[in-house]
Design a binder for this molecule. Structure first.
Ligand SMILES: [Zn+2]
Length: 714
């Protein structure tokens, strides 16, 4: 059936897209500016920042303290598209001018200590600070938030600061924000004062950091405080309506904190630690100093936790508090000193939680990807400032894994400790790190540097040697080697692989090799795989089995009871498709399930209902409205995208969803914006939709409809 096939395609594509979003916590390297750090040393910024979310505007007053190190006639502070007024140097009016990038102070500066520069500024940030759902026409249910992203964007889009990572400043920031909301920023919260309509949040930091690590988030939040074994405060935020998701989302937070302090061998370097989920975030997470912001799409219940959880990103952003925040690369060439380290230490934390097989499995997976890139001639040196995130993150982690094997645990940990101590609150290059490792190990690491840091090809043979230290990997590779072998010849091996206690990954591999096979011996193995009761092995069946044989129908139906939203989504669709007589039963059984953050099961369920009108004929309209309602512009983009896909397959856009689609073509999330643009292009091929889109756009703003107009030439 055409419709069913298309739905299945779309749903597989979505799973792939979903995994891709998960793995691409892409952060661009900072742009390199002409350094003025040799002439001036900025020490402290005291700023008062009023955020006016209803008009998406920021008004602030900054008070910079700095030393002049050498004679100079111009001082620059980055501030994009800002208006500057009341500019004073040591309380005297001073000559200045500004362009779209920054303010220039013109003065005959001579070496001196503790100079003071103050000014007021106003700006309407176009990036760097994001205003979610503040348009007045919004629905009551819409989450109103403001949050920032400084890396890959610029903090100087909303706060006069430095686009250069080597200028480290102690930031003491106060924010004024509408009083109904909570506000989170770097440092210790000193006071909260209330005015008639606002609250003033005063934060304090005691040590310096780079500007890209300044961050704030505001919204309707509650929080819980936990304490690490060493006594550090960990404050975890959540939206009140998500209280049941708090525990599974933040599961292992204290364990991760304790593990990293122990493993790194240096105490957590900042006053406190906070984490806050935000809607429509640009990345997986961002390690603002002491105040990690992460994507609300990581919110999960205990069932979803098994398939995808926040543990990796939780550990990754925390590891950055040492690697990146405390010790910062001078420029993008050394970006792996941030991302490779955060990836490696997150993997170590996961190893402590999920076990050694997990650790080696992740290394194996990334080695496969890196080898593929390398074999296609596109391998990248770790020190290429334009390298992909695969290189910075995964090749970086591999480089540290190999280095630790070379120098041994003790030297590795000593080298790390010395490196962090020596360069705390300073900037580093790769050579600085290698020097500490050579000192700690007494080894000459020049060959290692060539092989792992400089060379663009991936050292696949060395990696394989390392992976083979894991007995699990050896066993896995033995099974994976049978992919091209006939079932008769490998039957016994696959059967043994499914013996109790089955290994998650090896069991999955055995099942994957059965895909498309319709023989009695394949069914026998499937039956054994079902009986392992291993959730991941059963998931592999749900995802890869094509035609469900009558003899395994009861087993396949039991997948609807599994604690895996991936299994249930795949099983529901396949059962609905292949056993039309029993559609009512399957829909009844899955009636109350939502699934992941993007409501994967709920939306599939609604769609299947709409094309099974005999199930509940009186509810068709309700179900349609619920599905179309998920496209609303105030909904998280992950829900909108999922709902758009289903409406497209149903050929059933209503005016509201078309309006939301037009708005989506201007969304700040690149992937979603492109998705909306491509879908809009498709709809424009249909004359009826085309006319509707044109009519709807007449009541929308020029900005919202700019993409549509570029496509219809009017
Ligand atoms: Zn990172």
């Amino acid at each position: 059936m055409y419709f069913a096939e298309v739905i299945f395609h779309i749903y597989m594509q979505k799973i792939l897209a979903f995994l891709f979003i998960l793995s691409s916590v892409t952060l661009m390297a900072q742009e390199n500016k002409i350094p003025q750090t040799e002439k001036f040393d900025f020490k402290n910024l005291d700023a008062y920042i009023q955020i006016l979310p209803s008009i998406q505007r920021v008004e602030g007053k900054v008070d910079y303290t700095f030393d002049v190190l050498a004679q100079e006639d111009t001082l620059r502070i980055d501030g994009r598209n800002m208006e500057f007024i009341d500019v004073f140097l040591d309380e005297q009016p001073v000559e200045f001018y500004s362009d779209e990038h920054r303010i220039y102070i013109l003065f005959d500066f001579l070496p001196a200590k503790n100079k003071k520069l103050t000014f007021n500024y106003e700006v309407k940030p176009t990036s760097g600070m994001y205003f979610i759902n503040w348009d007045l026409s919004q629905n009551e249910e819409a989450k109103k938030q403001v949050w920032t992203q400084g890396q890959g964007k610029y903090t100087s889009t909303w706060l006069p600061s430095f686009d250069d990572m080597t200028e480290k400043v102690e930031f003491d920031l106060s924010f004024e924000f509408p009083r109904d909301y909570q506000l989170i920023a770097n440092g210790a919260l000193k006071t909260v004062k209330e005015t008639d309509s606002t609250r003033i949040w005063k934060f304090d930091m005691t040590v310096p950091m780079s500007s890209y690590l300044v961050g704030m988030a505001a919204g309707n939040y509650k929080s819980k405080r936990l304490t690490s074994s060493s006594g550090d405060e960990i404050q975890l935020y959540y939206n009140p309506e998500d209280s049941l998701l708090f525990e599974p989302t933040y599961r292992y937070s204290v364990e991760i904190f304790d593990f990293l302090e122990q493993e790194i061998g240096m105490p957590y370097p900042w006053q406190n630690y906070k984490q806050v989920p935000v809607m429509d975030f640009l990345h997986g997470g961002m390690e603002n100093t002491g105040a990690t912001i992460f994507s609300a799409s990581f919110l999960t219940d205990s069932i979803g936790f098994k398939d995808r959880n926040y543990v990796n990103v939780n550990a990754h952003e925390l590891a950055h508090q040492w690697f990146g925040n405390l010790v910062t690369a001078t420029n993008g060439k050394h970006h792996w000193l941030h991302e490779g380290f955060a990836t490696y230490y997150a993997l170590l934390a996961e190893k402590a939680i999920f076990g050694e097989d997990y650790y080696y499995w992740k290394l194996y997976e990334t080695a496969e990807k890196l080898k593929e890139l390398s074999d296609s001639g596109k391998g990248e040196s770790l020190m290429n400032p334009k390298a992909s995130s695969l290189t910075f993150y995964q090749k970086g982690a591999w480089a540290l894994h190999i280095l630790r094997e070379r120098v041994g645990d003790e030297a590795f940990r000593n080298g790390i400790k010395n490196y962090l101590k020596l360069y705390s609150f300073r900037n580093v290059e790769t050579d600085n790190f290698i020097a500490e490792m050579e000192k700690a190990s007494g080894m000459d690491l020049s060959q290692y540097v060539k092989d792992w840091l400089e060379q663009s090809a991936f050292k696949a043979t060395q990696s394989l040697e390392s992976l083979r230290k894991s007995e699990f990997i050896v066993n896995y590779l033995n099974i994976a080697a049978l992919r091209e072998t006939s079932l008769e010849q490998k039957f016994q091996f696959l059967e043994d692989a499914l013996d109790f206690p089955v290994n998650d990954y090896i069991g999955q591999e055995a099942v994957n090799q059965l895909a498309g096979l319709q023989s009695e011996s394949a069914f026998k193995l499937y039956k054994k795989a079902f009986e392992t009761n291993n959730i991941f092995v059963r998931q592999a069946i749900a995802l890869t089995m094509k035609k469900i044989p009558e003899s395994l129908k009861p087993e396949f139906e039991s997948l609807l009871q599994d604690e895996s939203y991936l299994s249930i989504e795949a099983a529901l669709f396949k059962l609905w498709e292949q056993f039309p007589a029993e559609r009512k039963k399957y829909l009844e059984e899955t009636r109350n399930l939502e699934g992941f953050y993007n409501k994967n099961i709920r939306m599939l369920w609604l769609t299947l209902n709409l094309v099974t009108p005999e199930f509940e004929p009186n509810h068709t309209q309700d179900y349609y409205e619920e599905l179309a309602g998920y496209t609303a512009a105030w909904q998280p983009f992950q829900l909108r995208e999922n709902a758009f896909s289903y409406l497209y397959q149903l050929g059933a856009f209503n005016p509201e969803s078309l309006e939301s689609l037009i708005k989506g073509t201007r969304h700040h999330i690149y992937g979603f914006r492109n998705y909306c643009r491509e879908l809009l292009n498709e709809l424009l091929k249909n004359e009826e939709y085309r006319q509707q889109l044109v009519e709807i756009s007449e009541n929308m703003t020029a900005e919202e409809t700019s993409y549509l107009r570029s496509k219809i030439n009017r």
